[in-house]
Design a protein around this ligand. Structure first.
Ligand code: ADP
Length: 216
């Protein structure tokens, strides 16, 4: 039910704008505006479909077959590089610390996990805020100086499509699936998640990986 609602909303609006242009109902000066909305909604659908596919593959994929020794610090360096321009646009500085931490896992999934956490820490930050990424002692933590999460939402933000502020999430390109994917990836790697957040101050998410290789 959630998925169909989330997909129908952008499709309905894409179809509506297309129809107005097709029927000549859109004034010349509005055509560009409508085209822009069509593009924006299409991009949103693209992110959504990408995330939904990632989640469904995660349910089925044989994690163990693809697991290998992975250094979390190397992945963190790569992810910070990938998101540098997104951070710069908001004046957010990203600081990386720690050193090599070897875990037994699936590289692409672990990379996605770090990406989702860092992406959120940038998107829900304030202008000119800071994000600290730390990799040490079998842990990965991402801390930000952002808007924080109100207490009564804390237990729910790992649910699919759950957002504290739907319009802020959408405006920043969110799908509501990022943390559901994080939770799934952690479960597959037998890693635990700790969440600490204070409204208006910031959020810290810490992932702790098991000391030994997962057995199943
Ligand atoms: P979204 O695509 O909406 O960002 P997520 O599953 O990644 O979806 O996160 C769910 C919700 O949790 C977000 O909509 C936001 O309200 C909240 N959230 C996630 N990370 C942070 C953060 N670092 N700071 C503040 N709020 C956050």
């Amino acid at each position: 039910a959630n998925v169909s609602h989330e997909l129908k909303t952008p499709l309905t609006s894409i179809s509506g704008y297309g129809e107005m242009i097709e029927n000549g109902m859109a004034k010349d000066e509005n055509v560009r505006v409508f085209a822009e909305r069509i593009r924006r909604e299409s991009n949103r659908m693209l992110s959504l479909v990408t995330d939904i596919i990632a989640l469904s593959e995660l349910d089925e994929r044989q994690i163990l077959e693809q697991a290998e020794p992975v250094d979390l610090y190397t992945l963190a360096v790569e992810t910070v590089e990938t998101l540098t321009s997104a951070a710069m646009v908001r004046g957010v500085s990203v600081r990386l610390s720690g050193g090599p931490v070897q875990v037994h896992g699936v590289r692409s999934l672990l990379s996605e996990l770090i990406y989702n956490l860092l992406d959120n820490a940038i998107r829900y930050n304030r202008d000119n805020g800071t994000v600290w990424v730390r990799v040490a002692d079998r842990q990965l933590s991402v801390r930000d100086t952002g808007i924080g999460i109100p207490k009564h939402h804390l237990s729910r933000i790992f649910e699919r499509f759950y957002r504290v502020d739907k319009s802020r999430s959408k405006a920043s390109g969110g799908t509501g699936l990022g943390l559901a994917i994080v939770k799934h990836i952690c479960e597959k790697h037998h890693a635990s998640i700790r969440l600490e957040s204070a409204e208006g101050i910031g959020t810290e998410i810490t992932i702790t990986f098991p000391a030994t290789e997962p057995q199943d």
